[in-house]
Structure formats: structure tokens, C-alpha cells
Design a protein around this ligand. Structure first.
Ligand code: DX5
Ligand code: ZN
Length: 217
């Protein structure tokens, strides 16, 4: 078994009892809590912001992986770090030529940083900044909603990025997000992902601990 981390996305949680939901994830063996922050501008949905991250921080010792699907993420980086994020990931599509700068800004706040690419963006868009990243996130759905179908072209991107990471010899994590299920997870891991985001696969399961265990196999 490879060293794979499961990062349940709280987008699929019951927002009216988020504290309990996060505690349940920790009890169920989750390795990371994936926090999907959406602003209704960068994506067509609105979730939550700083206060939610701050309050979740008090309920778990698991690392908080804040996936910012917002425009001008640089405006909020410092406040998400202060709210308790352990890693902040920002989209190439939101930062474009400023991506390297935004990644450095995240690092300067003392938290880990990551670059994200949407399904329509090639790996070449972020190739130069991979050495600056603690994690690279490949979207395998168009961001905005949980429960979508996995887009298979993400597998080639994983292979390409994994090869680059191996060449660099740096301890950079490779995360996949969107449409992961019990059927496709082994292919995703074989393609090089070691951090697996799963929203519906974990939250729709009757037994979350069992679901997390199955995703790791
Ligand atoms: C999509 C989010 C994902 C999503 C994953 O915009 O970034 O984290 O919630 O949910 P599933 O696993 O259901 O595709
Ligand atoms: Zn996400």
C-alpha cells in the first residue's frame, strides 16, 4: 500500500452541523480536511469563507487544506493563514502570470502552498512553478459542485506532473479533486496522486471509516 492521504471535502457535509461533521471525519481516519472556498465569481457557487475555517480549526487537529476557488486570492491569503489553514491552494486560472508571486506570498505567511489547474488547463501552464509548490492539485471536474463525474484526461496530467516531481526529487504532494470513487481510485493512485479529495464518496457512505479505508486500498 502506497502512502496515500484521504482528504474528505466538507462541501458534501451538513453545513448546519459542521463541527460534528469534522469531528466525525477525524474519528473515521481522514488524513486532511479539504475546505472548498467558493466566491460565486470564480465559480458558479458560494460556500463559506474565513469564519468557517477559523471555527473548524477549533474542532480538529487534522491539517486544513484550503482550496480557494475565488478571484484575486492574494487578497485573502494572509487571513486564511491566520484563520488556521495548513495549506492554501490557488488556481492558475485565478492568478495567471502572478501565480509564482501568490505562491511565494502564501509561503511567507508560514503555511504550505499549492497550485491548481482546471480540466481545461494543460500542465505546461504551471510547469515553471511546480518547484515552488508543496502540493499540486489537478481538478478532475470543473470546480463548483460535488458529485460530478471524473474527467479521465486528468490521469495523463497526474502522470506528467508525477514525472516532473520525481525528476525534481522534491517532496511535493500531488492531489486529485473531483469525481473520485471506489472504482476509479486505484487508477488515480497508480497515475501518481498521493492526496485524494473525496466529497460524495465519503459523505454518502453509510460508514465513513469504511469508505476512507476503501479509498486507500
Ligand atoms: C469541486 C470541489 C471538490 C468537490 C469534490 O469544485 O473542489 O472538492 O467537492 O466532491 P466529489 O468528490 O463529490 O466530486
Ligand atoms: Zn476542492
Amino acid at each position: 500500500m502506497k502512502n496515500v492521504k484521504i482528504a474528505p471535502s466538507i462541501l458534501s457535509a451538513d453545513f448546519a452541523k459542521m463541527g460534528e461533521e469534522v469531528e466525525s471525519l477525524e474519528r473515521s481516519g481522514a488524513d486532511v480536511v479539504h475546505c472548498d472556498v467558493m466566491d460565486g465569481v470564480f465559480v458558479n457557487n458560494i460556500t463559506f469563507g474565513l469564519k468557517m475555517v477559523e471555527d473548524i480549526r477549533k474542532r480538529t487537529s487534522l491539517p486544513l487544506d484550503c482550496h480557494l476557488m475565488i478571484v484575486e486570492p492574494e487578497k485573502y491569503v494572509e487571513r486564511f493563514a491566520k484563520a488556521g489553514a495548513d495549506i492554501i491552494t490557488v488556481h492558475y486560472e485565478a492568478c495567471k502570470e502572478n501565480l509564482a508571486e501568490v505562491l511565494k506570498l502564501i509561503k511567507s505567511t508560514g503555511v504550505k502552498c499549492g497550485a491548481v489547474i482546471n480540466p481545461g488547463t494543460p500542465v505546461s501552464a504551471i510547469k515553471d512553478v511546480i518547484p515552488l509548490c508543496d502540493m499540486v492539485l489537478v481538478m478532475s471536474v470543473f470546480p463548483g459542485f460535488g458529485g460530478q463525474k471524473f474527467i479521465p484526461s486528468a490521469l495523463d496530467k497526474l502522470r506528467e506532473i508525477r514525472a516532473t516531481i520525481d525528476e525534481l526529487g522534491l517532496p511535493i504532494d500531488l492531489e486529485i479533486d473531483g469525481g473520485v470513487n471506489f472504482e476509479n481510485v486505484s487508477e488515480i493512485i497508480s497515475a501518481g496522486a498521493n492526496v485524494i479529495v473525496a466529497g460524495s464518496a465519503v459523505f454518502n457512505a453509510e460508514d465513513r471509516a469504511e469508505a476512507i479505508k476503501r479509498l486507500k486500498m
